[in-house]
Design a protein around this ligand. Structure first.
Ligand SMILES: NC(=O)c1ccc[n+]([C@@H]2O[C@H](COP(=O)([O-])OP(=O)(O)OC[C@H]3O[C@@H](n4cnc5c(N)ncnc54)[C@H](OP(=O)(O)O)[C@@H]3O)[C@@H](O)[C@H]2O)c1
Length: 269
């Protein structure tokens, strides 16, 4: 049976990106293969990986085994390089590991190294059809402003830590003004108990007969922020997709908005 399609958001170039994708951070290549196969069977049509996760080949094997037409799956990867030349080489290696001719979204993973050089390699990948969309991750503050001054093609996505404890309200506005979609990484704070047992979120979950994780994901999606939760548990995979049959009220959105600490829960960026 064909699973119901997940709503999507359009990148500035018209490419449709599902609002809920599947994350693969800290999962070995072998486990990733198994988990991504399961996620695709359950109905995920967006997969997020990265060169530094060391599991692109697992994603590639799962995609091949699924026999889904390539155009049905939105595939994201991220570079982990220092400059122009190694980025060029790494993109070809990623495509080979992922067993595909193109990714739907190619991101600079972090604002380190020769950013103009790395980004120029992404712009070329876009022109050559090796990526249908390009963007950045963890670009917050001046680094984003600097890139926008030198980029020929504006980043289409900025993937950053975003959840109820770090809401990135100003960054989202900043991105929106430049046609950049802000995407959430670690939407569940990597499964943190403090978030999933938060009193406010728990109360809202009870009202809607949903789980705290579903309320958090719904809250992000309702702000127009795509999410890529990770789970190795099939029930959680299903639950994380089942967030389009309820809506939070204005008051509930505001209650969660008051949980912002403005602080990273990881201390990376
Ligand atoms: N660009 C970047 O720098 C960056 C950084 C970090 C992450 N990411 C991306 O973002 C993705 C998501 O972030 P993340 O993996 O750090 O963590 P996350 O998605 O915030 O949380 C994952 C944790 O939440 C638990 N979980 C998932 N669904 C649940 C549910 N419905 N109910 C209860 N618990 C649930 C999972 O445990 P179970 O397996 O037990 O369900 C897992 O421990 C990554 O996998 C990666 O693709 C990007």
């Amino acid at each position: 049976m064909t699973p119901p399609a997940t709503p999507s958001i359009e990148l500035v170039n018209g490419t449709a990106m599902p609002m809920v994708g599947y994350g693969t951070y800290r999962t070995s290549s072998a486990k990733t293969e198994y988990a991504v196969r399961e996620a695709l069977e359950i109905g995920y049509r967006s997969i997020d990986t990265a060169q530094c996760y060391g599991n692109e080949d697992g994603v590639g094997r799962a995609l091949a085994a699924s026999e889904l037409p390539r155009e049905e799956v939105f595939l994201t990867t991220k570079t982990w390089t220092n400059g122009y030349s190694d980025t060029k080489r790494s993109i070809d290696r990623s495509l080979s590991d992922l067993r595909t001719d193109y990714v739907d979204l190619l991101l600079v993973h972090e604002p380190t190294g020769d950013i103009p050089g790395i980004y120029a390699a992404l712009e070329e990948a876009l022109q050559e059809g090796k990526a249908r969309g390009i963007g950045v991750s963890n670009f917050i503050g001046d680094v984003l402003d600097d890139l926008l001054k030198s980029a020929r093609v504006k980043p289409m996505v900025n993937q950053v830590e975003t959840h109820p404890y770090r809401q990135q309200v100003e960054l989202q506005k900043r991105c929106f003004n430049d046609g950049i979609i802000m995407e959430s990484w670690s939407p569940l704070v990597a499964g943190s108990r403090s978030l999933l047992r938060d009193e406010v979120i728990g109360r809202i979950a009870q009202v809607h007969e949903k789980s705290p994780a579903q309320v958090v994901l719904r809250w992000l999606v309702q702000r127009g922020i795509p999410v890529i939760p990770k789970t190795l548990n099939a029930e959680h995979m299903r639950a994380n997709l089942a967030i389009f049959d309820f809506a939070l009220t204005k008051g509930e959105m505001a209650e969660v908005a008051r949980l912002d600490t403005g602080q990273s829960q990881f201390g990376w960026w």
